[in-house]
Design a protein around this ligand. Structure first.
Ligand code: SF4
Length: 444
């Protein structure tokens, strides 16, 4: 549980010396409680105070890193139950699982499908994060071989799903350097799995059919030397899993329950594809650290990744595109110029509609701090002065076109006269709705 400023101040020297840049220790404690400064800023904190504050400041849900390099996945370290309280920070890792009992041709086909699972939405590239390989064949050699092939074919971190420690050990021989997640330790095999995870410095999943048993098992594993844990519940119905995810998040954040303070892995593997998507999206929304899917059809994945995208963006920071001049369909010096704002959703809607018109054009994107046309106009973030400055900027659109005509959104038609006066450009009032842009451009 996060400490309050008052609780933190009890462990500070209370000299109010100001060396941390704050007038009092309490002011520093307030900054610390909001995570705006580091404890190191106070040079006078005692060893006991530091120990107390660092222990209590450990995240209620451990941050666990799987993989390494550009594609590493970090899950956990969440501090709130609800997104509107602050923000969720580490998006749920989405994994696709493969079986080592697939024949070579089927395996190659599945890997090819996984490689092509890249979806672009509002200018953001979305893709899966992990590949889980299931040891179904019963052969350690086959499992290690398939793991090696998967590792060579895709850049994503791996989840090694082998309950038999000797099978898991064989796969670790070929991929331990890439820090896979070892799945899983249970009440029967945990000593051997802990030895493997400790030896190879890999994160370890700990599973049980029962939340109480899981709560008893994790402290044993943590004291045996493996702290980077992911926890999971097996043989749960959809409703039971949802309930467990909620309980785990609540007791971790609200009760300071360290033994369940780990990211949770959940399986959305219902045989009905629609239901599996429903499961996955629900688990993403309700606290899963990793969601494992059986199938990876692009349409299914789009729903899941869009849900994740919406939940894990900071609600206080609108998604923005860079202000500037964008070209659609190789425009030339006679092409029309359309004005819009740098709110991502607005820009990509306009860009899509300009593209649909098949008329090559320039889009002038003005910095409105990520707000939409009407909002930015109402807040004076989009005005004649700003647009004029954007038109006249050194690398602006005035250097690209020979005419001086700009099309503004119909919603801000009221700006036309002032913009014409300030910029000297002819101002054409475009449609109020972006959907009408194709017909409008074709009729120009
Ligand atoms: S430096 Fe430390 S002791 Fe001095 S005011 Fe800041 S918190 Fe208090």
């Amino acid at each position: 549980m996060a400490l309050t400023a008052l609780e933190i101040s009890k462990n500070l020297p209370k000299t109010n010396c100001g060396e941390c840049g704050n007038p009092t220790c309490l002011a520093f404690a307030m900054q610390l409680s909001q995570k705006k400064v580091a404890l190191d800023k106070c040079p006078k904190v005692t060893e006991e105070g530091r120990a107390a504050l660092e222990g209590a400041a450990a995240p209620p849900i451990r941050l666990v890193t799987i993989g390494c390099g550009d594609h590493k996945v970090q899950v956990g370290n969440e501090t709130v139950l609800f997104r509107h309280e602050q923000t969720f920070v580490h998006p749920t890792g989405v994994a696709v699982q493969l079986s080592d009992s697939l024949d070579d041709a089927s395996l190659a086909k599945r890997l090819d499908e996984v490689r092509r699972l890249v979806i672009e939405r509002v200018g953001t590239e979305m893709r899966i994060d992990l590949v889980a390989v299931r040891a179904d064949s019963g052969s350690a050699a086959r499992f290690a071989d398939v793991v090696a092939r998967v590792q060579a074919a895709v850049p994503y971190p791996l989840v090694l799903m082998a309950r038999d420690p000797s099978v898991a050990a064989a796969a670790l021989q070929v991929c331990a350097d890439n820090r896979p997640l070892l799945y899983a330790a249970d009440a029967d095999n945990w000593q051997q799995m802990v030895a493997l995870a400790r030896d190879k410095k890999c994160p370890l999943a700990v599973v049980s059919n029962d939340l109480t048993a899981l709560n008893d098992l994790t402290p044993k594993i943590a004291s045996a030397g493996v702290q980077d844990l992911v926890i999971g519940l097996e043989q749960q119905t959809f409703a039971q899993m949802l309930q467990a995810l909620t309980i785990i998040r609540r007791v971790s954040l609200k009760k300071g329950c360290r033994s369940l303070g780990y990211p949770v892995i959940a399986f959305a593997t219902d045989p009905d594809p629609g239901q599996a998507v429903n499961q996955a999206a629900t688990y993403v929304a309700k606290y899963a650290g990793i969601v494992v899917l059986d199938r990876a059809a692009p349409a299914d994945l789009l729903s899941i990744l869009t849900t994740r995208y919406n939940i894990y963006t900071d609600p206080q920071k609108p998604i923005q595109v860079k202000p500037g001049v964008y070209e659609v369909r190789e425009p030339n010096s006679n092409s029309p110029v359309l004005l819009t704002t740098n709110f991502s959703l607005t820009y990509y809607t306009v860009e899509g509609d300009v593209d649909a018109s098949r008329v090559p054009a320039y889009i002038l994107v003005v910095d409105t701090e990520g707000t939409s046309v009407l909002t930015s106009w109402a807040a004076d973030k989009l005005n004649a002065e700003k647009v004029t400055a954007a038109l006249n900027s050194a690398d602006g659109v005035s250097r690209k076109v020979s005419h001086r005509k700009i099309i503004i959104p119909g919603l801000i038609a009221v700006m036309a006269a002032k913009l014409k006066e300030q910029s000297g450009w002819e101002v054409i009032v475009g449609p109020r709705e972006s959907a009408a842009i194709p017909r409008f451009l074709k009729a120009l």
